[in-house]
Structure formats: structure tokens, C-alpha cells
Write a protein that binds this ligand. Structure first.
Ligand SMILES: NC(=O)c1ccc[n+]([C@@H]2O[C@H](COP(=O)([O-])OP(=O)(O)OC[C@H]3O[C@@H](n4cnc5c(N)ncnc54)[C@H](OP(=O)(O)O)[C@@H]3O)[C@@H](O)[C@H]2O)c1
Length: 334
């Protein structure tokens, strides 16, 4: 997500642009084109370093030089290995004044999926769950629909829509038979890839996820309806190894994964240290029951000092529910 603004030499708005979709002109090119001759001697503001590799048009850094802009204000360098500071150097070498790092923290968050992918080859991982006031994600009989109110549920669909993939464990598929689609008006064209962790291929071919646009991560060779099966290495307990899975998703160009349960899968993701962000809804209902599951299963930690603590925590009220988000790790380049 890149936006650019051009001010003319007297500081008045001359042009703006943003990168609409992959394959379309970059933000700088749109803004410079809109500004035309007014760009000469002016300033370009952009949240990501101009690229140096030609795409459909000449590179953005070349377009900046051609425009005659005198000063460029950039939030962060581009972690793409083809750029990584080369855009800044090219501008400076040509005598353009470059100011780097303005609002860098906000720029990093804006493009956190892209940055993680470019730096590690793996998608950005968000664990999402909805729990009751007493920390349950289902009743003791396994019923989990619906814990949150309509506003939070509508927002969950927007969250799915914003991700490239949604991932669940086979336990959730067997218990709830979810569709795992983003039900957002106008979103029919772009649905996230559905990923199921299912080492023994227990997903029924009649399950709603057993259709196109689904990847069943497994350790066995076999077929599940129209879904694609992806055979991966397993750990000592027979479960899918998450590192190789995330590497493969990254290779397929998946920049972001929304992990939606259940408790067993969440436990693995936290234990393996592969979670970047948590998105937790808390609903003002009490479920009770010692056997009713909570969001993270497994063994858990023994000492509070070892608890996983979120950073950059944000709390929002959505209808009667509460949304708490926070980060586990920071991937930044500048
Ligand atoms: N309220 C909510 O937000 C919410 C969201 C989702 C689910 N739920 C509830 O959670 C319950 C299901 O949770 P669950 O814990 O039973 O099942 P789960 O976490 O959905 O799936 C666990 C299963 O996934 C497979 N798996 C393969 N690789 C794995 C790995 N690396 N790590 C972990 N699991 C792996 C394992 O089965 P194999 O060994 O056979 O592969 C494992 O038993 C349901 O009651 C559902 O309604 C609630």
C-alpha cells in the first residue's frame, strides 16, 4: 500500500496518487503524472522508497529524476531485495535531497504483510479468536456459534478479506464444517485461500472446505474432494511442521495468513514462535465449564514470567464486544 503526494515549489498540492493494484502504475508515477510540469523544483512525499527496477514503465526512481523534483521525503526503505536502499542512493547521486524515516513506524505497520514476506519469505501470521468473558471459545459440547455479536462478526469477514489465506485445524473442520469465506459485499472476486492442517487426511470430501481454493496440508498422499493436498514433513508427534508450511505459502506469493483455530492449532503456532499478531474478541457472555476449550490449548507455560506478552496493544469496542490486538514480533527494515 503506497501513496504519494507532490507539492509544487511554493508548497501547494500539485498531484497525488496511490498504487491501486499489482501491475498498475506505482504511486509516485501517478502523482508525478498528475503534477506534470508543476513537479519541477517541488517535493515528493511517499511512504515507501521509490523502486529502481523497471516494471511496466521505467523505474520510479528514474521517473522522479525525470520530473525535476528537488526533494523527496520517504517513510521507509523498500525491503524488496531488488531495492533495499538503491532508490535512495540513486536519487542522492543525482543531487536530489532525500529525507528518510518520516512516520516510519506507521509506514511499517501499513505494509506489515509485505515487509514480513520480503524479509523472511514467509507470510505475516495473525491468530484470531473470539472468546467469552471467562475465556472459552466453545461450550463443553463444542458449540461455538456465535460467541460475539453481529458487529464483531461483520468485522471478522473484513479481516478475512484483507488476508491472502485463512488457516484452521481439522478439528475445527470436523466440529463446525466452516465455509471459511470472506462474506463482504463486493468481495466475491477475491477470496482468501483456505488452508487446513490435516496430517491424516480426516477432512471429509463432503466438507464445505473440500472445494477449489483450498489447500489441505497433510503428511499423506491422497485426495479430498476438489481441494489441493500438499504433503509436508511432520514433527515427532505426527503433526504438520509449521516452518515448511509457511515457507511454501510464502513461495506461492501468500503474504498474510489468518489463523482461526482451534485451540490445538493456536497452541502450536505460539509454541513454534511463528505468530506475528493477535486479534482477540472478548464477548460479554459467560460459558463456564472446566472442559470447555479456551483459545490456546497445549501444555501452556508454568511460570507467569514466561507468558507471551503482546506489544503495541490496541483495545477497541465493537458493539458489546471488545477487540484486543497486539504484536509478538516486529519486522522492520528502517
Ligand atoms: N470461537 C472461536 O473463535 C473458535 C474458532 C475455531 C474453532 N473453535 C472451536 O475449537 C474446536 C476445535 O479445536 P481443536 O483444538 O479440537 O482442533 P483444531 O485446533 O481445529 O485442529 C487440531 C488438529 O489439527 C491437526 N494438526 C495438524 N498439524 C497440526 C499442528 N502443527 N498443530 C496443531 N494441530 C495440527 C491435528 O489433527 P491430525 O493429527 O489428525 O492432523 C490436530 O488434532 C471446535 O469446538 C471449534 O468450534 C472456536
Amino acid at each position: 500500500m503506497v501513496g504519494a503526494v507532490v507539492l509544487d515549489r511554493s508548497g501547494l498540492l500539485a498531484g497525488e496518487g496511490y498504487h491501486r493494484v499489482a501491475g498498475q502504475p506505482h504511486a509516485e508515477q501517478e502523482a508525478l503524472e498528475a503534477a506534470g510540469e508543476l513537479a519541477r523544483g517541488g517535493t515528493l512525499y511517499v511512504n515507501l522508497e521509490p523502486c529502481t527496477h523497471p516494471h511496466r514503465q521505467p523505474s520510479c526512481a528514474e521517473a522522479v529524476l525525470k520530473s525535476g523534483v528537488r526533494r523527496v521525503v520517504i517513510s521507509m526503505t523498500d525491503p524488496d531485495q531488488r531495492v533495499r536502499g538503491a532508490g535512495v542512493k540513486m536519487l542522492q547521486a543525482a543531487g536530489v535531497e532525500v529525507v528518510l524515516g518520516v512516520q516510519a513506524d506507521r509506514a511499517v505497520r501499513l505494509n506489515e504483510f509485505y515487509i514480513k514476506h520480503r524479509l523472511t519469505g514467509r507470510p505475516f501470521v495473525t491468530v484470531k479468536f473470539a472468546m467469552s468473558l471467562d475465556g472459552k471459545i466453545a461450550t463443553s459440547s463444542g458449540e461455538s456459534r456465535w460467541i460475539t455479536g453481529p458487529e464483531a462478526r461483520a468485522q471478522s469477514h473484513l479481516l478475512r478479506h484483507a488476508h491472502d489465506a485463512i488457516l484452521v485445524g481439522v478439528g475445527t473442520v470436523l466440529a463446525d464444517d466452516p465455509e471459511l469465506t470472506a462474506r463482504v459485499e463486493g468481495s466475491e472476486a477475491r477470496q482468501p485461500v483456505r488452508v487446513v492442517l490435516d496430517s491424516q487426511l480426516r477432512t471429509p470430501p463432503t466438507a464445505k472446505v473440500a472445494g477449489p481454493n483450498t489447500l489441505i496440508a497433510t503428511t499423506r498422499v491422497g485426495e479430498v474432494g476438489q481441494a489441493e493436498t500438499l504433503v509436508l514433513p511432520h514433527s515427532a508427534d505426527g503433526r504438520i511442521e509449521l516452518g515448511p508450511l509457511l515457507d511454501e505459502l510464502g513461495r506461492r506469493g501468500i503474504l498474510s495468513v489468518l489463523v482461526e483455530g482451534g485451540a490445538t492449532v493456536h497452541a502450536s503456532f505460539f509454541a513454534e514462535g511463528v505468530v506475528d499478531k493477535v486479534h482477540a474478541y472478548v464477548a460479554p457472555i459467560v460459558i463456564g465449564g472446566g472442559r470447555a476449550p479456551s483459545p490456546v490449548g497445549g501444555e501452556g507455560i508454568r511460570q507467569l514470567a514466561d507468558a507471551i506478552r503482546l506489544r503495541e496493544v490496541d483495545t477497541t469496542r465493537i458493539g458489546d464486544d471488545l477487540l484486543i490486538t497486539g504484536y509478538l514480533d516486529v519486522h522492520r527494515d528502517s
